[in-house]
Design a protein around this ligand. Sequence first.
Ligand code: TRP
Length: 457
Amino acid sequence: MANISREHWGSKIGFILAAAGSAIGLGNVWKFPYITGANGGAAFIIVYLGFILLLGLPILITEIVIGRHTGKDPVGAFKTLAPNSIWKNTGYIAIFTAFIIVSFYSVVGGWTLGYIVKSVLGEISKFENIKTSGGAFNNFIGNPFSMIFYHFLFLLTCLIIIQLGVKKGIERYSKILMPIFLFLIVLIIIRGLMMPGSFKGVSFLLDPDFSKLSWSAVIDALGHSFFTLSLGMGTMITYGSYLNKKEKILSSSVYIAILDTVIALLAGFAIFPAVFAMNMDPSGGPGLIFSILPVVFSNIPYGAIFAFIFFVLLFIAALTSAISMIEVVVAYLVDEKKWSRPKATYSFGFVIFLIGIPAALSFGAIKDFKIFFGYNFFDFLDKLTSNIMLPAGGLLFAIFLGWKYGLNKTMHELDQDTSVTVLKKVWAVTVKFVSPVLLLFVMIYPLMVIIYNYLKK
Ligand code: TRP
């Protein structure tokens, strides 16, 4: 079914690195450490690993199968598999979700650029305590000019790489950037472990304390196992659509999931030993990286250099992920609307720039504007996408492939992986039953909490 003239990844490793580049993002380096910190460390990690196996990996395989089977963008894929039915809307939901997520992801991507500049200018070395550091962070995100400027700069970097093409742009830069990322994170880990007292941080990550594990922590682990593998909005459908028929989907997916998980754990080891060595609070929440870590960097020898290294690695993580989100929409415009790649890239880029502005301003100019249940615009978009739209997308993908289209019609996509018939069966059962139930649970839980709190009043 695949279109022969369509661009393909140059190699299996190119695909794996591009997909891992998508998966490894702010979710790994920023969100995973702070939700782990807030939920008690090792016990949370164990639950999270379980969900990677029960939910993340099966849906990852599902998306890549849909993509490669059709060789199309998410809208085209559903149009091909279920012509003239409402299922094509699943593709449109994915595109719509991409619009929203990129717009605020790019804002945070801009923060990483801002902090690279701050470390070069030596400003980070002055953030000696949490008060100065937190204050500087709040000033930074409250400044409309720098927020919009860095959001623009970050987005532009993504667009330049994307318009070069799948092989010459996305694949080439993933192959350069991902090894650099790995090297930099190892440097930061070594530096952290050299600090006296860092071993408390290591045991925080390795000794499970199940008493800290609440229901909401379990839901966080569940939702994050999904977000971190870039699932639910057709990113992996799109990347899968560029995959050659001869490549193995099962083994590639396992590599992608392992790389993503290892990097999340390494990010924990890069951050917690240093945070504990400085006797700081590991449950610092979203500000963990931007306000607590700079304090660590200001108080150690050569801290400015390590701050620079750290924010560059964070920038790379954000860049390759944002690229994968933008590619969903670019692929749609190129495949369905027959636009040229540069035209699709820059037009969509411009729209994203505009949509990102309210998110960019939500900690400053429009900080007091609460859109929903006390959330500002930025938090609202984050919750809406992570808790509702992405799980809904994933649920539709799983139901479509498992129940509507039928797994037997796509099983041959897994034939390149020989001698793993058992795994194929496990996958089939998980996609049809386990993953949909887990996804429903992620979506319903916040509602249950709201109703419960309401009844309690
Ligand atoms: N996985 C990325 C991270 O952990 C974020 C991401 C990229 C993503 N593409 C996505 C999340 C598509 C959901 C859907 O930061």
